[in-house]
Design a binder for this molecule. Sequence first.
Ligand code: BYC
Ligand code: FE
Ligand code: FE
Length: 477
Amino acid sequence: MTTTADYGEKIPNNVRLHEDRRLQRALESWQPNFLTWWQTMGPTLPTQDVYLRTAVNVGRDGWAQFGHVPMPEYRWGIFLAERDPGRTVGFGEHKGEPVWDKVPGEYRAELQRLIVIQGDTEPASVEQQRNLGATAPSLYDLRNLFQVNVEEGRHLWAMVYLLHAYFGREGREEAEELLHRNSGSEDSPRILGAFNEETPDWLSFYMFTYFTDRDGKYQLGTLKESAFDPLSRTCEFMLKEEAHHMMVGTTGVDRVVQRTVEVMREHDTADVGGLGAIPLPVIQKYLNFHYSVSLDLFGGETSTNVANYYTAGIKGRWMEDRRKDDHKLGSDSIMVDALVGDASGEPSIGQTEVSALVGLNTDLRREYIADCQGGVKRWNRILEEGGVTQRLKLPHAAFNRKVGAFAGIEATPDGEKISAPEWQRRQDEWLPSAVDKTYVRSLMRPVHERGKIAAWIAPPRNGINGQPFDYDYVHLA
Ligand code: BYC
Ligand code: FE
Ligand code: FE
């Protein structure tokens, strides 16, 4: 296995693609369809070039190269992390056996399904973000948008490689379908709910990259544990790129909060709505929305699918090797969120004990929620240091859910169960209302001038790859 990509090839890769002519030809015939999709569904803002990092290697001592790249010349490559020749299955009924280089017939359908679901999210996010370039608050932010977009495109390539290399004709058909479904489409929407929502403004983009890309981090983390070694190695490398997406979200929200605090202090008012900043209650509503739709991405609190994946060895837990148990979970149990009958028989928000295996979606969601708390803590520190008394918080797990135990009920962000009519009446208090969205959109005017930034957001502390904030990150067409 070589680690350095050959950029002399049509499809840069570190998987010795040239040694498998059939596979190479199949991928080369998918490539123009991908490029057509990128042209029609990808970023709409015309540019001369963008300062991008391109993956060139998978090594510890550097894997990326930075430079100004004209978008039509961007090269999407196939990169798998280095093989660990002694690797064994870490969990489930095959624990301790050597990992698989091929797809076992009995798990083919399940593995294909997981890879298709993963693959579907990647182009979906590019589609959701396609118009944001037109309203970027700075060239720095514009560059980050393009960076996230090209890497999500590369993540699609990563899944399409697996489908082509290991799943035969069905895999090739699924690879085509990944370009035909579209975010928000009536007839053929993307598979998971959050990926059919709009990302119409930059506050949504930062919340999306904070909360929804973070689901990606956790799902990829579980697939990295997979006994199907090519999937594991692909996900391991994707996780390196994912870190930047989350940095964009974390610091993006930081900077919005920072700017709001500054304007609140300057004018000695919390009512910054007419002053060009985003009021804290509006930030809270955006947070409520993106967090709750991202919780849905973990599936039901209990799931026989996930129990089967685990037992088969195809999807593990977050940090599987740090767990101090038998990694089979045959007799363990876990408390999960549930609707439980109260004395009157009316269902109420509570918890119930289930077998650990069927509760694995809950286990992963719990890790995710703990991580999300970290963001809220940071943002609240900015509020505190700015001398502001208001605080942000994560809404209750029952709030605004469409998947899982709480899908059928309505609840406030504090976790109080309410009736459907009350929800109808009051949801604008908790989710971005038409008025909030219109206001945020009214702030979204492009600042495409070097070193300048929009008034609703603070500049970043650091530039990209050691460059200053006022670097010429993007040359517009
Ligand atoms: N929307 O048994 P259950 C990323 C379906 S993000 C619509 O609880 P399971 C990225 C479910 O398919 C990471 N449908 O589900 C981020 C099932 O259908 P069937 C993406 C949903 O299988 C930002 C039924 O409901 N990767 O990378 O235990 C930018 C019962 O559900 C939803 C993955 O998700 C939903 N939200 O868990 C770019 C990893 N949730 O079987 C990229 C792969 C559930 O009844 N996927 N359903 O027809 C999986 O591991 C699992 O399929 C899920 C669901 C965790 C998604
Ligand atoms: Fe991704
Ligand atoms: Fe991402």
